[in-house]
Design a protein around this ligand. Structure first.
Ligand SMILES: Cc1ncc(COP(=O)(O)O)c(C=O)c1O
Length: 311
């Protein structure tokens, strides 16, 4: 425990991960619509613990440290960005990590799980039925008994402490008319709403089908989302559902890399950028608008897509 304290607070402290840069995107389409677009390059925050994963982890690791816990237990699918980032954080800050993995089997040739294991994460495959219990109080109590020294972090890392990190991200940004992010569980969007000023409109692009239910989840996560109207969740840009993407979307990701040196993956940030590009084309944003889009990382997922021969 002392080692953890030292590492988190002194040697390699969580505060050693600094702010990421803003990259201006210059293109004839933006000029035509008189839009200024910057990308917050959170994918560059850290080589392995990047994007919204770091934003969500930061205050959770501080809480874990404050509670005197020296192990982290969390949950994820076989290609999860969250599992990857938690394993990397365990290695970087020297604490033990356990991943409850939606199984039933564990394919250790899968690059995400291979990385997690090499980073020292202990992988615990469970059946889909057991995985469904992951948020139930009884199941969490039994896990806490099994891992008494562990800090339990929900799937995707979304909880109150996660919101603080995403709030901090919004507060770190210069003024813009719009902040745009990809949305899975809604935690990142909720945190951005918490930290954005009232005259900034915060937009989440849902990456999954039938995401309207997330609006209530976001309102329950963020008091400000409940009382303010400066945000919205766009639910028509899922491209067929979570993890689904068209050839056109993948081509778009590749063209952004070639033209803007902007690496994107098609599940989160690429899906958001593709939507943003279409919205700009449709005149969704008034002329003169300043937009900041958040690159939430997730680039490790490209290895998983290649592994499954999906790209
Ligand atoms: C890379 C990436 N971007 C965006 C998201 C969506 O974030 P949230 O679940 O907070 O809506 C996720 C999933 O957590 C993710 O892995």
């Amino acid at each position: 425990m002392l080692a953890l304290r030292n590492n988190l607070l002194k040697d390699k402290t969580v505060y050693s991960i600094l702010e990421s840069s803003l990259q201006q995107i210059v293109s004839p389409q933006l000029t035509k619509h008189n839009i200024t677009l910057h990308l917050k390059r959170d994918d560059l925050l850290h080589p392995l613990i990047s994007g919204n994963k770091w934003r969500k982890l930061k205050y959770n690791l501080i809480a874990m440290n404050t509670q005197g816990k020296n192990e982290l237990v969390t949950f994820g699918g076989a290609f999860s960005n969250h599992i990857h980032a938690c394993a990397a954080a365990g290695k970087e800050f020297n604490f033990k990590t356990h991943g409850i993995i939606r199984g039933p089997e564990l394919d250790l040739n899968n690059p995400t799980l291979q990385f997690a294991q090499q980073a020292g994460m202990q992988l615990h495959p469970v059946t889909r039925l057991e995985y469904r219990e992951r948020n139930k109080p009884d199941y969490l109590t039994s896990l806490q008994t099994r891992f008494p020294n562990a800090y339990l972090l929900p799937e995707g890392g979304t909880n109150e402490a996660a919101l603080l990190g995403c709030k901090e991200l919004a507060e770190s940004l210069p003024h813009s008319d719009y902040i745009v992010c990809p949305t899975g569980s809604g935690g990142t969007l909720a945190g951005l709403i918490e930290g954005a000023s009232l005259n900034t409109h915060v937009i989440g692009v849902a990456v999954l089908k039938q995401a309207e239910y997330l609006i209530d989840e976001i309102k329950s996560l963020s008091k400000r989302a409940n009382s303010q109207h400066n945000w919205q969740l766009l639910c028509d840009h899922h491209g067929g559902g979570y993890g689904k993407f068209s050839e056109q979307l993948w081509q778009f990701c590749q063209s952004m890399l070639a033209a803007q040196q902007l690496p994107l993956e098609p599940i989160y940030s690429g899906k958001m950028m593709f939507a943003l590009w279409q919205l700009i084309d449709q005149g969704f944003f008034p002329s003169g608008s300043k937009i900041i889009a958040i690159h939430t990382g997730g680039l490790q997922g490209l290895n998983g897509l290649r592994y499954r021969k999906l790209i």
